[in-house]
Structure formats: C-alpha cells, structure tokens
Design a protein around this ligand. Structure first.
Ligand code: PLP
Length: 719
C-alpha cells in the first residue's frame, strides 16, 4: 500500500510550546480521547461550546491571550505533554491487535465504502444509524490497527438541521458548510491544485475532488463535486444526503461507486478487500470489472475475480433503505458503460434485474449480493429476515442456506461512554481494561463498584442532561422568537430527579414513536402521579421528503405541547450525535418500539446500555440478543405477527404494564434509605456488565476482520 500523505494546512498562529494543537485538531483521535478534548476546554470552555466542539474553528477564533496564558499554566502544560505523548504512542503503536496477529497481511488494505459517516457532531455528513455505525467502524479499525481506508462524500451542505414550528411541523434548514473551518483537508497536487477524478454522466464528464479526514490511523477520503470544471448543476450533485430525485441519487451512487474506485487508484491503493456498507456503493463492482476488461479479460473472468474480494453488509429490510432504479434510468446512465464492460443491455440488466409491484427495476442490493464473496445482516434476527427476503436469488436453496450471515452491530466505546463513568471504571476495573473492552471477564468487576458511587454518576449525568436542555431552551427563547409553549416543549419544566425515559431516533414510521402516546388517559395517569413523576423526552428527524414521518413528528409534538402533561413530555429539536450523547448518557430508561422485525439492529440502545441506561425495547434487532431478564425489559414477545393492528395493541399493553408494574415501582419504591433505589442499581450493573463488552464496536470489527476480511485477504495473498 502506498500511504498517500495529504497536506495538512497549518494556518494557526500558536505559541511554540503548544504548536502541536494544530496537528491534534486535524486528527479526529480527540473525539474519543476525553483528555485531548480537555486541551481545548481548558483554554476556553465557552468557546469550545460555541464552536460546537470543533477544534479547527476553535483555534481560528481563540484569543491569543488565552493561548499565551495556558503556556504558563503548569497543570495545562503537563496535560499537554501527556496527551501529545499518548497521541504519538497511538499513531506509532507497534503492538496493535492486527499487527500482533496478522502482520503479514498488512499490504492488503480494506477499502470501506459508505454513503455517510457519523464521526462527530461538527461534521454533519450523516443522517442516522448507518452513518454512526460507519463512523464507529472506522474509529475501531484505527484502534485495532487494521490496514484500512474509507471512502464517502463530503456533502457541501451536510444533513439538514431541524426546526419545529409551533404547530409541530418540521422545517429543514440547509446551509453551506465551511470546509476551511472543519477538520478536513484537500488532497492537492504538487502545484497546489486539487487532485480530481471524473465519471461519465449523460452527455458530460463530471469531476470530483478528494478531501481527507484523519480518523486516528485511518484515512477517510471524501468526494465532492463542487469544482470549477463542473457546470452549476453538477457542482451541487454532492450537496446533500439521500435526495429523492432519482437522477441525483443515481449520479451520487455512480460518483461513490465508480468514482470512489478511481479515487483510490489515484491515491495509489490496491485494496485486498472491498467492503460495501449498504448498497449505495455497489457500482464499485462494475468499475473493478471494467478495469480488468480494459486490460483484456473477459467479463466473466473479471467478474469471478472481483467477487472474490468483495464484502457486502445489508442494513435494513425496509424498502426505502434498498435502492431500486427503474430501467429507463439505467439506460440513460449506463448505455455507454455496459459496452465498456463488454456487455449488451440485456446481459447488463440481468445482473440485478428485479420485478417489483411498480415495474422492473435494477436493484442495488441484488447487484451487491451477486457481486460479493460474503454478505451479512446486522443482527441474528436480521440475518434470518435478510435470508428470507433475498431467497428468490437462490431458488434452489432453503432459507437457512441462503449465503447471508450476520454480525451484530456494536458501538465505539471511547466515543459513547460518559467521561465520569470512564473515570469510575478506571478505578474499579482491572488496569488494562481499556485495551480489553470486548472481554466479558473485565466487566465482571462492575459488580465491585460501590452502589453509591455508580448511583452518584448516574444522577450527575441526568442533571447534566437537564441543565443542557434548559440552556438550549433559553437560547431558543432568546434568539429564535419561538412561542412560549415551545419553550416548555423543549424541556424547561423537567425535573432532574424524576424517572426519565428517552426516545430518540429517525422518525421512520416503522419505529412507532407514537406507540407510547396511543392511550393518553392511561399515560397521563402514569406520568402525573404526585410522588412518582415520569417524564419522556422525544427527539428525531424525519427525512425531508418523508411526509408520513413529518406528520408523525407533528402528532407527537401536539401531545407534547398539551398542558395536561405538565411539561413532562418533551420534544428536542435537531437530534444529532451531540444530543445523542447527552440522551443516551443522561436518561434512566431507553425506549425502543419498532414494529418487529424491521429494526435490523439499532445501536442507540447499545450506547445507553454502556452508560448504565436501562433498555425498554421490543424483542427486535440487537436487544433480542442482549436481553437476559435482569438487565432491562422486553416489550411484547419474540414472535411474528400476521396482523400489525394486533401486534400494535399487544405491544402497547405490554409496554404500559411494564411501566406500571415493574419499572416505576423499581425506581421509586425500592429505596430503603429513601435515597438510592438499590434494586435499580443492581439492574444498572447487570446492564453494563453483560452488554458493554458484547455490543462494543471492538467485538464487532474483530468479527468482520476474522470472519470476512481475513479469509478474503488470505485467499488473495495465496493466489
Ligand atoms: C446512534 C445514533 C443513531 C442510531 O440509533 P438507532 O438506535 O439505530 O435509532 C441515529 N442517530 C444518531 C444521532 C445516533 O447517535
């Protein structure tokens, strides 16, 4: 592998003693290294909040006098030295998991393609769970020392920010990101001009430049069509995520799949594994075949060798998540390209042809499945659902023999664990626990944490959440001219000591955000008990083109605004990774009510579990594997329904009765000294002990490496 070194701009005027802060700002390692963040907050905590935790913008704006001051501060300079040493050790580490186990395979990097990456709130190039999973995957690949390179988009506008009108209607606000102020840098030629790649779109060539984000040891390359050579329309091709305009969408996927391969070639990579994270990047197979056909191979031979090192992960059974392009669109975009593959139209279309209710389609997941050596779903149940869903592609196989396995999702511990809890674990878990976070034995020691100390941290995190919400509400009231009732709906009346339930996720209809609000009489009785108040915090965006999703937000918001709930129902605008962190660390119970089996995995509940927040969830996705009867609660049964109406009503009954008979009493009644709910704390410990290792990103990426990546690379390095 040729390590391509992009040039990092060094435009900060920093005192010599702390000049390496500039380097730190341009490597996202600080995202999961809490002490590194302190190097910024110790200089100016207010500015750190104001820049939304963006170190590049921070260093641009910080007062010189503040910088000078810390150079005289002994504590600061000690911290600085320690963090920089840690950073250097991390970047140069020789005994990573990969180097120790598989050093001989280091020359065959894994190329990981995804249409979104959720790395940090300051980089809004993700929409939801898929992006956060990709971001966590890249961070963990870095931690484990995998030879790894990632490819995606630097959307010039990013994902929208959400504003809710008084009437509960979601407004999407878009603005241009200022790349100069973000921890990204352009890949340039010697003469300073951008390196570009190009793809053919109907009647023209479209160019894209390449940006880099350093994620620890891993480079993430991002494509951006906003370049001089393109016409005005094409400059906007990569402006936003997931357009519902088919031309835009297929153009993006051509840029990602075909352009992404070209970009890696320009950068000098020869990957040993090509991992398509969801079907958006599936055109990459065509480009890899085209490379071989243009070198003289037949299509069939080229296809056979390309398949050997492709890996595909499917993430959802929901149709909106599986791209299907009408055939006229394929004709429009690929009629020249299929000739380059040595194919005619019929042969080309047949590769991913599918008959759907609305007509014939070219199916991106079918393409990806057909072109991959290994394919997997993202939980045990989802693996089963995916095998059933795609069985028609293997008509001779029984469902259980369809070649789609599963690797259950996880979350990146360093990114999602609250600092105060990490400090507590540092005291009570074995010394090297941070290097063994996927080892269940390490977590046995959670039992030894004194109840009072764990409970103190849990209370602290809830107070922090409530304080943050009030602060946001105050800003809204001051700056946005919102109606007073919206200030109440943003959580100003929340009680930092009341049992608090969180529900935050994309407002896709299958997630049934409205389920808990179905029987308002029963719910109001339950939340308004004088000595046992319950409060529920909702958050989440609907895709801007998803009218049912937006109507759902409106329905929830109207109930949130109603005065009879006493301000105990709340809707927080603009759910993102920052709010996600506050919520999954700060509430007591994490609620998840998807219509089984549509939630392929879900990961927000895993973040909650890591922080000792108890899951109250449908037996779907990861929770079917995580629930053990003592570490949270399962809503409904682990079974299939024919009739969704019956499913909804049974789930609803189960949800209310768990709250009434188990959860609220456990929280309020079991307090011998009128202080700490001892039984609740036992649940908390059981939750962390059993779930933190198993649903860690470390366990997950090791499984990807051992079950998928390494077999592929080993076969390749032998051939
Ligand atoms: C973790 C996360 C998600 C995914 O959570 P689900 O449980 O899959 O809904 C979505 N959005 C944000 C901002 C997240 O942090």
């Amino acid at each position: 592998m040729k390590e391509f070194q992009g040039k990092q701009p060094n435009q900060f005027q920093l005192p010599d003693q702390i000049s390496r802060l500039g380097e730190l700002a341009y490597n996202l390692w600080w995202v999961w290294e809490k002490e590194a963040q302190k190097l910024f907050t110790l200089i100016d905590e207010h500015l750190w909040e104001e820049t939304y935790h963006n170190p590049v913008l921070f260093l641009r704006q910080v007062e010189r006098s503040h910088l000078n001051a810390v150079t005289y501060d002994l504590f600061y300079m000690e911290t600085y030295q320690r963090v920089m040493n840690k950073f250097d050790n991390y970047m140069n580490e020789e005994d990573t998991w990969f180097k120790e186990k598989h050093a001989e395979l280091k020359n065959w990097p894994i190329a990981y393609f995804s249409s979104e990456f959720g790395l940090h709130e300051t980089l809004p190039i993700y929409a939801g769970g898929l992006g956060v999973l990709s971001g966590d995957h890249v961070k963990e690949a870095s931690d484990l020392g995998l030879p790894f390179v990632a490819m995606g988009f630097l959307y010039t506008q990013g994902y929208f920010s959400q504003h809710i009108t008084e009437d509960g209607w979601q407004e999407a606000r878009q603005s241009d990101l200022k790349f100069d102020n973000l921890p990204v840098f352009p890949i340039l030629k010697e003469d300073g001009s951008p390196i570009t790649i190009s793809v053919d779109l109907p009647g023209r060539e479209v160019h894209a430049r390449i940006w880099e984000i350093r994620v620890g040891r891993v480079p993430l390359y991002l494509l951006d069509s906003n370049v001089e050579e393109n016409n005005e329309e094409d400059k906007k091709l990569t402006a936003r995520l997931y357009s519902s305009d088919l031309d835009l969408r297929i153009s993006q996927e051509i840029i990602l799949g075909i352009g992404g391969v070209r970009a890696l070639r320009v950068l000098g990579y020869n990957p040993g594994v090509w991992h398509m994270n969801e079907g958006h990047s599936a055109f990459l197979s065509f480009e890899r075949i085209r490379e071989r056909v243009s070198g003289g191979q037949s299509f069939e031979d080229a296809q056979q060798s390309v398949i050997q090192n492709n890996v595909f992960t499917t993430h959802t059974p929901v149709p909106a998540g599986n791209d299907e392009f009408p055939l006229w669109l394929m004709d429009k975009y690929f009629s020249n390209y299929w000739l380059e593959l040595g194919l005619d139209r019929e042969k080309f279309i047949s590769i991913a042809h599918r008959q759907l209710s609305w007509g014939e389609s070219f199916s991106m997941p079918v393409l990806a499945l057909g072109m991959s050596k290994y394919a997997n779903g993202v939980s045990e149940l989802h693996g089963h659902v995916a095998r059933k869903m795609w069985q028609f592609l293997w008509p001779k196989k029984k469902v259980e023999d369809v070649p789609i396995s599963h690797i259950t999702n996880g979350v990146h511990t360093g990114t999602w664990l609250a600092r105060r809890l990490k400090d507590l674990f540092d005291m009570y878990l074995p010394e090297n626990w941070w290097n063994r976070i996927d080892d269940p034995a390490i977590w046995e020691n959670v039992i030894d944490i004194p109840n009072e100390e764990l409970w103190e941290v849990r209370k602290h995190l809830k107070r922090k959440l409530v304080a943050y919400m009030r602060d946001r509400a105050r800003q809204q009231w001051k700056n946005d001219g919102v109606h007073p009732v919206q200030v109440v709906a943003s959580g100003t009346l929340l009680d930092p000591y009341a049992l608090t339930i969180g529900f935050a996720r994309r407002f896709a209809t299958y997630k049934r955000a409205e389920l808990i609000l179905t029987d308002m009489d029963r719910l109001l009785k339950l939340i308004n008990q004088p000595n046992r108040p319950v409060q529920i915090i909702f958050a989440g965006k609907a895709h801007p083109a998803d009218e049912p999703g937006k109507l759902l937000i409106q329905e929830v918001y109207r109930k949130v605004k109603a005065s009879e709930n006493g301000g105990r129902l709340v809707f927080l605008e603009d759910y993102d990774m920052n709010l996600g962190r506050y919520l999954t660390q700060g509430v007591d119970v994490w609620l998840n009510t998807p219509r089984r089996p549509n939630e392929a995995s879900g990961t927000s509940g895993q973040k909650a579990a890591l922080n000792g927040v108890l899951n109250l969830s449908i037996m779907d996705g990861w929770w079917r594997e995580g629930y053990n009867g003592k570490n949270g609660w399962a809503i409904g049964e682990d079974k299939d329904y024919e009739d969704p109406a019956i499913q909804d009503s049974e789930d609803l009954e189960s949800l209310y009765s768990l709250l009434e008979n188990e959860i609220i009493p456990l929280y309020y009644d079991q307090r011998p000294s009128d202080k700490m709910p001892v039984e609740w704390v036992q649940y908390t410990k059981e939750c962390i002990r059993t779930l933190a290792p198993r649903f860690s990103m470390r366990r997950m990426v090791k499984e990807y490496a051992e079950d998928l990546y390494l077999p592929v690379i080993q076969a390749k390095s032998k051939s």
